[in-house]
Each structure stands twice: as C-alpha cells, then as structure tokens.
Design a binder for this molecule. Structure first.
Ligand SMILES: C[S@@+](CC[C@H](N)C(=O)[O-])C[C@H]1O[C@@H](n2cnc3c(N)ncnc32)[C@H](O)[C@@H]1O
Length: 245
C-alpha cells in the first residue's frame, strides 16, 4: 500500500496528487471509492427533466461518472485537487476547481447534489452541508456517504483499514469524522430531510477481493465487492434527502 501520509500531515489534500495514478485502477488505493460510487449512484433516479444538473462536491477523479451514464444529468464536479479534476474531465465531467465550502455556482441550480466521501475530509463539514443545500433547487436530492465519529469507526477505518490494501495510510484524520445525528440536524436546519443508513462492503465479495489482493491477482470485471446496507451507521453511512419547497 502506498504511504500517502508519511511525509504529509493526515488528510493533507496534496496526498491526492501523490496518489493521482491510483484513482482509476480498479484494484488500486481507491478501489473502495469505486464500490461506493456505484452504491451512491444507485440512490440517484433518472433525471426528471431535460438539462437536469448534478453537482458532485469533492468529485475527485470523477468515479461517479460511469454509474450516472444514461440517467440524463449534466455532471459538474467541484474539487480542490487539479490532478484529480483533469482525470474527471477526461471522463466527461465538467470540472470546477474550487472549495466545497464556497462553491462558485448559483443557488438552486442543482437537481441533485452528491458529496461522496467528502465531509470526513473537510475541517468545516457544516459549511459543505450549507453549500450543498444552497445549491439544491426545491425538491432537489442530496446524496452522500461518509465516516461516522465513533470509536468503532476510528478502529475500523483507520487502525485496521490502513493496515490492509484498501485505504491509503494517512488519508483520514479521525478528528474530522462526522456524527450522523449532527449531520441529520444540520441538513434539517437547511431544509433537507436527510435519511441515514449504515452500509459496508458485502463480506463474501470483500474477502474474495482481499484474498486476490494478497495473491496479487486482478479482480475480474463484475466481481468487485458490492456495498450493502447494514444495521448500524456506526462506521460508514449513506444519506439521502430531499430539499423542501
Ligand atoms: C476521498 S476523495 C472522494 C472523491 C470522490 N467523491 C469519490 O468518491 O471518488 C475526497 C476528495 O475531496 C476533495 N476535497 C477535500 N477537501 C475539499 C474541499 N474543501 N473542497 C473540495 N474538494 C475537497 C479531495 O481533493 C478529494 O478529491
């Protein structure tokens, strides 16, 4: 596993430049982001009108793009990291180099706002929520996933995961993890009724994937682990909510 954090502080965005060649490798350092992107896109219905806009906050290299194909959205991605945005653009995303806490797009412009694996990387996640809700038109949909601010999550997502070939070492700062109740309350303050559910990689697929990783064998297409619902949001969770009129 690449050691993104050894020469940089935890969660330093420059890690994404060091790991730029990993984004689109199916078995690379960001493999789990591919599985999560598929699960996030499954929460997004086909566009209800022509020219519908999906704003992807913290879009990275645009891993959501293939899973939105055919749903009828213009896909605009906002990210701090230029090396990731160049790859997103190559995958059909219209890119904006900017901060998700101060997005240079008009309020009410978005039919859907996505924030996948972003909130746990931003020191002021409440500012991202405010922006996401501002961007949504009335009736628009917010979809997100993030890591919970629990002891179990710190154990699983940092202490354990960073020792496995699933997560780059140093990519997360556990002090930034997001309590799901606080997130629901913050979305409600901005007019979005967010529903939460815990998710995780399905165990059989994950074990097969880890076994192949240890052997250095590539994952056959279509056999990637699937993200499945789980009983508790204590580690990883998705949120889906509609902005009221
Ligand atoms: C874990 S990656 C997730 C990328 C993408 N959403 C995905 O799931 O594939 C986090 C991304 O958030 C970006 N990021 C971190 N802080 C940000 C901020 N304040 N504004 C915009 N992007 C940010 C990073 O550059 C990185 O691309």
């Amino acid at each position: 596993m690449r050691d993104a954090g050894l020469s940089l502080p935890r969660n330093d965005p420059r890690q994404y430049d060091d790991l730029a060649d990993e984004w689109w490798r199916p078995d690379g350092a960001f493999a789990m982001l591919h599985w999560l992107a598929e699960a996030r896109a499954a929460l997004v219905p086909p566009a209800a009108r022509p020219d519908a806009l999906l704003v992807d906050l913290g879009c990275g290299a645009g891993l959501l793009a293939p899973h939105l194909a055919g749903k009828g959205y213009r896909h605009v991605g906002v990210d701090l990291t230029r090396s990731a945005l160049a790859q997103a653009a190559a995958h059909g995303v219209t890119v904006v180099n900017g901060d998700a806490t101060a997005v240079p797009l008009a309020g009410g412009c978005a039919d859907v706002v996505a924030a996948g694996e972003l909130l746990e990387h931003v020191p002021d996640w409440r500012a991202v929520v405010a922006q996401a809700c501002r961007l949504l038109r009335p009736g628009g949909l917010l979809v997100l996933d993030t890591l919970n601010d629990t002891a179990l999550c710190r154990l699983v997502a940092v202490r354990i995961a960073e020792r496995l070939p699933t997560v780059p070492r140093g990519i997360h700062d556990p002090r930034l993890f997001v309590d799901h109740r606080e997130l629901v309350a913050e979305c409600a303050r901005h007019g979005v009724d967010l529903r939460i559910r815990g998710v995780r990689p399905g165990a059989p697929g994950l074990l097969r994937w880890l076994f192949r990783q240890v052997r250095g064998a590539p994952t056959p297409s279509g056999q990637e682990p699937r993200i499945v619902p789980t009983g508790s949001p204590a580690v990883l969770y998705q949120g889906r909510g509609v902005r009221g009129g």
